[in-house]
Design a protein around this ligand. Structure first.
Ligand code: ATP
Ligand code: MG
Length: 198
């Protein structure tokens, strides 16, 4: 999973993003799941995740990762195409909503989403751009786009203080993961060198 530069980014040694945004390239499905897992681990309770992107871009895949990061068995997460709202029980309650099939504002209102937007419940909404007024303003927007068959771009933008705090934790967790895998690679390399010398 690579950080990539974007217009509104400040330059940092690793080319990471500005305070309120993060741009990534996800090379494979497992990268998308890993990003979801990092997001899931960084959730504190009550956050809203607004997922935006074309058909088949990986929104459900990302939510599967988020669920895994919350300790929900990932094979229980499926696309809520027929049931509009799925509820999962993990470290925090997770609501998974898909607005794709809804046609009118009245239809969207009728699903009663506001009843779920309480307390520590996490709400992850696919096709959030179809009915933006349905969600509170403080939301972490996750825009996914196709780069090729298996590569995706992800752009995370925080709108509001709760989402900014979440994005900061996501960046910190990604930094820690990167340091851990670098250390692991170095340990493995020196182990192989020692074994060759013996
Ligand atoms: N880098 C990637 N990230 C996510 N999915 C990927 C990636 N590369 C390939 N895929 C494949 O793309 C498909 C994404 O399906 P998924 O159901 O997650 O998309 P979606 O955005 O939820 O679709 P829909 O708009 O129909 O709800 C899966 O078959 C997955 O294996
Ligand atoms: Mg989906």
């Amino acid at each position: 999973m690579l950080n990539c530069p974007g217009n509104d980014q400040v330059s940092q040694s690793r080319g990471v993003s500005s305070a309120g945004a993060l741009n990534l390239v996800l090379a494979s499905r497992s990268d998308t799941e890993a990003l979801g897992k990092t997001i899931g681990g960084a959730l504190a309770g009550g956050e809203i995740l607004a997922l935006i992107g074309d058909l088949g871009v990986g929104k459900t895949t990302l939510i599967r990762g988020i669920a895994a990061g919350l300790g929900v068995p990932s094979d229980t997460v499926s696309s809520p195409t027929f049931v509009l709202i799925h509820e999962y029980r993990g470290r925090l309650p997770l609501i998974h909503v898909d607005l794709y099939r809804l046609r009118t504002g009245a239809e969207a209102q009728s699903i009663g989403l506001e009843d779920y937007l309480i307390g520590r419940t996490i709400t992850a909404v696919e096709w959030a751009d179809r009915f933006p007024a349905l969600l509170p303003e403080d939301r972490l927007e996750v825009r996914l786009s196709h780069r090729n068959l298996t590569m995706r771009r992800a752009r995370l933008v925080a709108h509001g203080p709760q989402s900014h705090a979440l994005l900061t934790r996501i960046k910190l967790a990604r930094g820690a993961n990167r340091r851990q895998s670098t250390a692991l690679r170095q340990t493995n390399r020196s182990g192989r060198r020692k074994a060759r010398r013996r």
